[in-house]
Every structure is written in C-alpha cells, then in structure tokens.
Design a binder for this molecule. Structure first.
Ligand code: ZN
Length: 272
C-alpha cells in the first residue's frame, strides 16, 4: 500500500475527469494497491467499506455465483469506472463478488469518505451519479443480451467490452475464465471461439485472444455493446478512439445543480 501520487490519477478515467476541487477533496484518502488476477475485492454479503478504481489495464468483474458452483459475469469494469458502493452509495452488504480479472494497479478509498465528499460537492455527485447510471445500463443490457442473444453474440459483446477497457488488441484471457464469465462449459466455449476464429474475427492463443478485425466484429455483434457505448457517450461524455478504446470522460454538468450554485439564478428565484 502507498499513497497515490498525482500522475497515478491518469490511470483511471473517472478520477481523471474530476474537477480540480473535487480531486483535492478525494486525493488525501487515495491508496494505491496492486492486485493479481483472481484476487477478490469484496465477496457477496460482506460490507463494502471501500471503493476501488481500476487503473491502466486492470479489469475487475462483478460475478454472481450460484449454489451449484456455476457463475456468470454481470459487469466488466476497467479504467473507465469504479467498483464497490458506486450504485448503493457504499457501506452496505455487497450483492455480488468483485474479482480482479486482469491484474494491475488499483486506487482505493474509504467508501464513507467518498460519501462525505459527495455530500459536499455537487459536481462530484453529478460525476458519480452519471457513472452509476452507465454501470447500471451495462448490467441491464447484459441481462437482456443473456436472455435473447446467442452465445456467439454474447462472446463478441464481452470481447468488445474488454477491448474498450484495455485499449489493446490482445486480451489476456484464458478459456476457463472466459467460460466462467459467460456461464458456459469450457469445451462449449472453445467450439464457439473456433467458429469466430474461422470467420477471421479473432485469433485464439494460449492464455490470450487477439482481436483481428474490430470493425467486422462490431458489424456482426448484437446491438448490445453499441447500446451501452452510446449510453456512456451520452450520459458520461465518453470519448472512444478509432479502435474502440475508451480515451476519456467529459461528463456534462448537471443543469439543476449548476442553476442551484449560480448566485444569479438564486436571486432570480427569490424575486419570483
Ligand atoms: Zn446482445
């Protein structure tokens, strides 16, 4: 554990999008950790006492585990976001497991301190509310995709989502992990990946999957990845690069909060 120097904020797009005042409010409470693949950030049922911001190529996953031992991914979160108490406001029991899918640096802070900062700053509240909405949109779209779309399309959605967050064509995922994320048998997944490889979309290697043709993948994938991407663009001002990687977030100001803070608007309201 160490305190997080200023340059490390660059690794997480949500922290990078903070106003200077908000960053000053949060920065004293940041701790930098390094996680390995497979590490648990929190378990279902445990109280979420800290919020984690994956940095650089670190990716975390919210996983639901069933009594029969099977599991499925419900959200994939990388440097565009945060894990833990984002939607629930923290300090409540977790409904899912949060595990590290791709290891690397993570900035952590106490969830209660974040709540306090959000109470004090409308711009911070605006940023996190907008991010929570986008995270929820990702989860809701996954629910529909899992119910309505075939496994090939769910595979493509997951690969595109991961590539957005990593900003790399080569995704360090094993068949075991991928199968667990989609909630299918490994042998079944291997068959599906072989089909996608024969179509020239991906190349499957040992412990990695390489995206060969992103444009073609987007055109044959279901609408789900595109829907979530557009929601991030509209609500959080997400900017994507030509290869799909998430570059930055530029959240619009909350109009009601801005009016509330504007002294002229206060005078205007008072004179009505
Ligand atoms: Zn879909």
């Amino acid at each position: 554990m160490s305190s997080a120097p200023e340059s490390h904020f660059e690794g997480n797009l949500l922290l990078k999008a903070l106003h200077d005042d908000d960053r000053a409010l949060l920065a004293p409470h940041f701790e930098r950790h390094t996680y390995q693949k497979g590490d648990t950030l929190f378990s279902a049922g445990s109280e979420v006492s800290f919020i984690s911001f994956p940095c650089d190529q670190t990716v975390a996953t919210l996983v639901i585990a069933m009594q029969d031992g099977r599991s499925a991914e419900t959200a994939t979160i990388g440097r565009e976001g945060a894990v833990g108490g984002v939607v629930s406001n923290g300090c409540l029991p977790a409904s899912t497991h949060a595990m590290v899918q791709i290891g690397g640096p993570v900035i952590r802070m106490d969830a209660a301190r974040l709540q306090e900062a959000k109470r004090r700053s409308p711009t911070l509240r605006n940023l996190f509310t907008r991010y929570s909405d986008c995270l929820l949109a990702q989860v809701l779209q996954s629910v529909a995709c899992n119910a309505l779309h075939p496994i090939e399309e769910r595979c493509l959605r997951w690969l595109l989502t991961l590539q957005d967050r990593l900003g790399s064509d080569t995704l360090p995922v094993t068949h075991e992990l991928f199968a667990a994320m989609l909630g299918v048998q490994r042998t079944y997944l291997t068959r599906i990946l072989r089909i996608l490889q024969q179509q020239g979309l991906i190349e499957v290697g040992r412990g990695r999957i390489t995206i060969l043709n992103r444009t073609e993948m987007e055109s044959v994938a279901c609408e789900c990845h595109g829907n979530v991407k557009r929601h991030f663009e509209t609500v959080l001002g997400a900017v994507y690069g030509p290869e799909g990687q998430l570059l930055r977030l530029q959240p619009p100001e909350d109009a009601r909060e801005a009016r509330r803070l504007d002294p002229a608007a206060v005078v205007e309201r008072a004179s009505r």
